[in-house]
Design a protein around this ligand. Structure first.
Ligand SMILES: *[C@@H]1O[C@H](CO)[C@@H](O)[C@H](O)[C@H]1NC(C)=O
Ligand SMILES: *[C@@H]1O[C@H](CO)[C@@H](O)[C@H](O)[C@H]1NC(C)=O
Ligand SMILES: *[C@@H]1O[C@H](CO)[C@@H](O)[C@H](O)[C@H]1NC(C)=O
Length: 503
């Protein structure tokens, strides 16, 4: 034990001494399937090697203080949705019948005979589970510790507004975060908790956090392209299906393998079981399955089509406005300091992924220039080629982007304050391609990131008619077209909103 500890310490010292000579992949980590689950990856697993290693970003200058924080976070780890629970129940039946047909059971994995879904017969799903509560709670503690200047004020809903989508797991995530953020600051119970409010827009009109469900153009695009995405996945599933048939002597179909991969993700992420469904796939196959999931995220939520992220412009605009307000309030030095310090938002992968695209994150090579020239991007390359586009790091459970506004004084020159924006992805500073740095002067952020996007006006790009028009260049609206927008608005908000399958 002592020996092991000593070795560990030596490794630590060695890692600390040579932070630049060894990149993360030069130290061959043992393969851990839990890191390869695309958007079903848990936050602690996704970030374990990022949070522990100190960032390579240069430190923030001493003369700069954080004055405002915007958070956009995904809900934490949740249980499978009702629809998926049914799929797993059907898988159990299917596995039993495959077993019966088997002629030789010598290579059948031991867990398969008699297997039942851990969520068997459950009629409700999709809720935040304990692991998910802990993700958001501890994220809040880290954020408070990292930015003490922002969280010194007594709680007031206008100083620290907390917003969630009108979906229980997102609202529960907001509560878990708030519980951590304000723990020890109230009078309730031994944890000295305090009450705080979480506000939600109606599902039917939430264009800030649920734009994917309020943008008709996007919904049309998504629906018409889902079959195309399935086609792209098919060859990989086909390959793996035949490999599994010969490996285990069970006559799997493509759909069985898709369900088994889904089961693997749930078992590994929620239950830490990696030797059952996940054990069916070797490392190569796991990388391929992860890639098919990432392709789907790319095409239906990411850079695959500009509408996917342009519809998120109202959120970016909201964030930009909070920064402008914070700067104004700060300059005016309002008495009592009763102005907003942080705006905290809790939503879905469908929110986080497009928002990351608006910031230009996770692009390859000269992709940023291609976007500037309105050229389409290549798909994320197939393994074994490496790629930046990974659901497991872009939007794991509780995945988040923070935009921190800093005020900097240059006392020697006696000049006015300057302001900077720092972007943190999953708590690690990340460089904005538009800015070339992760500590972006506010004016540059405004001119290069925000203003060019504001021309994509939500109501015009999301008008259902854009489905037939070229999405890339929406035409200006005439009066009659505005009128039909208005009608479209009435009809779409009058529709009962069914439980959607947001991630
Ligand atoms: C194969 O499975 C069947 C049905 O479960 C069982 O009756 C039989 O004993 C098994 N054969 C071997 C060789 O394990
Ligand atoms: C995994 O299985 C595939 C067949 O699907 C095979 O081609 C490949 O060599 C295997 N990879 C490893 C690392 O075992
Ligand atoms: C400082 O700010 C004031 C008021 O906004 C402005 O009039 C002045 O020109 C600024 N000074 C410098 C050096 O930028």
């Amino acid at each position: 034990m002592k020996m092991a500890l000593l070795c560990l310490c030596l490794i630590c010292v060695w890692l600390c001494l040579c932070p630049f000579s060894f990149s993360a992949d030069a130290i061959a980590e043992p393969f851990d399937v839990r890191r390869h689950l695309s958007t079903v990856t848990r936050y602690d697993v996704s970030t374990s090697n990022l949070l522990s290693s100190s960032s390579s970003a240069p430190p923030i200058p001493n003369a700069c203080q954080p004055i405002h924080l915007n958070l956009v976070a995904r809900h934490g780890t949740r249980s499978p949705t009702k629809k998926r629970i049914k799929e797993l129940d059907m898988l159990a039946t299917r596995l039993a019948s495959l077993l019966q047909q088997a002629t030789d059971n010598s290579s059948i994995p031991a867990w398969i005979p008699g297997w039942q879904s851990p969520w068997k017969g459950r009629l409700k799903g999709g809720e935040l589970i304990t692991l998910g509560e802990e993700e958001l709670y501890s994220l809040a503690l880290r954020v408070r510790h990292r930015f003490p200047q922002i969280f010194t004020k007594d709680y007031h809903p206008d100083l620290y507004p907390i917003k969630a989508t009108q979906v229980p797991r997102a609202a529960a995530s907001a509560v878990a975060f708030g519980t951590g953020l304000f723990s020890g600051k109230g009078t309730l119970g031994p944890g000295q908790h305090r009450a705080f409010s979480v506000v939600s827009e109606s599902r039917a009109s939430d264009i800030l956090l649920r734009f994917y469900d309020t943008c008709a153009t996007y919904k049309g695009y998504r629906e018409s392209h889902e079959p195309q995405v399935d086609k792209l996945k098919e060859p990989v599933l086909e390959e793996i299906t035949s490999a599994l048939i010969s490996r285990h002597g069970l006559n799997f179909k493509r759909q069985d393998v898709a369900s088994l991969w889904f089961l693997c993700k749930q078992e590994a992420s929620l239950l830490d079981i990696t030797n059952q469904a996940c054990g069916l796939f070797n490392e190569t196959e796991t990388h391929l399955l992860e890639w098919t999931d990432d392709l789907e995220v790319f095409l239906l939520k990411g850079y695959g089509k500009s509408i996917n992220y342009w519809m998120g412009v109202p959120l970016l605009q909201d964030i930009f406005q909070t920064m402008q307000e914070a700067i104004r309030a700060n300059e005016e030095n309002q008495p009592g300091g009763m102005y907003e310090r942080a705006r905290l938002r809790f939503a879905h992968a469908e929110t986080i992924v497009p928002f990351s695209c608006l910031l230009g994150l996770f692009l390859e090579g000269d992709d940023y220039e291609k976007i500037q020239r309105s050229e389409s991007l290549d798909l994320p390359p197939r393994p074994p080629q490496d790629r930046n586009w990974r659901g497991s790091s872009i939007a794991p459970f509780a995945g988040n982007n923070m935009l921190v506004l800093y005020q900097c004084h240059d006392e020697q020159k006696g000049q006015n304050s300057s302001y900077h924006v720092q972007v943190l992805h999953n708590e690690v500073p990340i460089s904005l391609p538009a800015c070339g740095t992760d500590f972006c002067p506010f004016e540059v952020f405004k001119e290069r990131v925000v203003l060019p996007l504001l021309k994509h006006e939500f109501n015009s790009i999301c008008d259902a008619k854009s489905v037939v028009r070229d999405v890339e260049a929406p035409k200006p609206c005439s009066w009659s077209c505005k009128f039909s927008n208005f009608l479209g608005g009435i009809f779409s908000s009058a529709q009962p909103q069914q439980e959607k399958s947001e991630l």
